[in-house]
Write a protein that binds this ligand. Structure first.
Ligand code: DHB
Ligand code: FE
Length: 287
């Protein structure tokens, strides 16, 4: 079976990708952010997942408003980085995991999640920045990737509860895969930020920290928050944090926090990072 070895939540701020690509991670502005990532890099280097399922949003790069899938699963052999207007990031091509991706598509759709199956897609900073956060600048990404693209761009996005339940269904689907594989699930986006309108520049440290606390210990509470509440507190683009709930759902109810880091600001955004594993000594029985 394919086994979930852990979950990572990380913001996907494009300026972080630009700092990596431009060799500026040691600059005084960026050093504290990259120092805060090191424990996550050490963790993934130790765990060595075969596949990362990356839950992210496309920022009108691959998809336009002509086509807005709520959940789009990439089943291709490979995914090219998207040119977002300043040239595609100079990062390796993302190698897919078609066998596992098709298995996920089948199991999820038969469990009544209406996934869009995507055989050809490009991936923007929403997916490539988390890879840079965890792996730096390798000649090739050290694992295969299944992109799971969530609509948080065009109203109405999926509910937190739907995302949490999708994560649970992903875990069940992985468990019925015939091959032995180690899988990490990454939830990306957030934390608080607003890039537009009168509240542009909004960051809400108090909300983010309370949200992270609840995300770890009471995910159902976080999942039941209305979009309006998240939007009010975390800003219009802060709503991206709903995607972390897919990762949380793929883990057991009880988790161990391997690493937690929060830093303000990273560009216009509050940077959040969590590395979670199923609890070694769960207080309540696992699924
Ligand atoms: C920015 C864009 C994002 O997609 C994001 O999640 C955070 C910040 C930006 O343009 O600064
Ligand atoms: Fe984003």
């Amino acid at each position: 079976m394919a086994k979930v070895v852990g979950g990572v939540g990380t913001s996907h701020v494009p300026a972080i990708g630009a700092a990596v690509d431009g060799g500026r991670t040691g600059d005084p502005y960026w050093k504290p952010v990259f120092d805060g990532m090191q424990a996550a890099r050490d963790w993934i280097a130790e765990v060595k997942p075969d596949v990362c399922i990356i839950v992210y949003n496309d920022h009108a790069s691959c998809f336009s408003l002509n086509l807005t899938p709520t959940f789009a699963l990439g089943v291709a052999e490979s995914f090219q980085p998207h040119d977002e207007g300043y040239g595609p990031r100079p990062v390796p091509v993302v190698r897919g995991a078609p066998d596992l991706a098709w298995h996920l598509a089948e199991q999820l759709i038969l469990s009544e999640f209406d996934i869009t199956i995507v055989s050809e897609m490009t991936v923007d900073h929403g997916l490539t920045v988390p890879l840079s956060v965890l792996f730096g600048q390798p000649a090739e990404w050290p694992c295969r990737v299944i992109p799971l693209c969530v609509n948080v761009i065009q109203y109405p996005p999926p509910t937190g509860n739907r995302c949490l339940n999708l994560g649970k269904a992903i875990r069940s689907a992985l468990e019925s895969f015939p091959e032995e594989l180690k899988v990490a699930v990454l939830g990306t986006g957030g934390l608080s930020h607003q890039l537009q309108g009168e509240r542009a520049g909004l960051i809400n440290v108090e909300f983010d920290n309370a949200w992270l606390d609840a995300f770890v210990d009471r995910p159902a509470t976080v999942a039941s928050m209305s979009h309006l509440e998240v939007l009010r507190e975390a800003g219009s683009e802060g709503l991206e944090c709903v995607m972390w709930l897919v990762m949380r759902g793929a883990l057991n109810e009880d988790v161990d926090v391997h690493h937690r880091f929060y830093h303000v600001p990273a560009s216009n955004t509050a940077y959040g990072l969590l590395v979670l594993e199923d609890a070694k000594n769960p207080a309540s029985p696992g699924r």
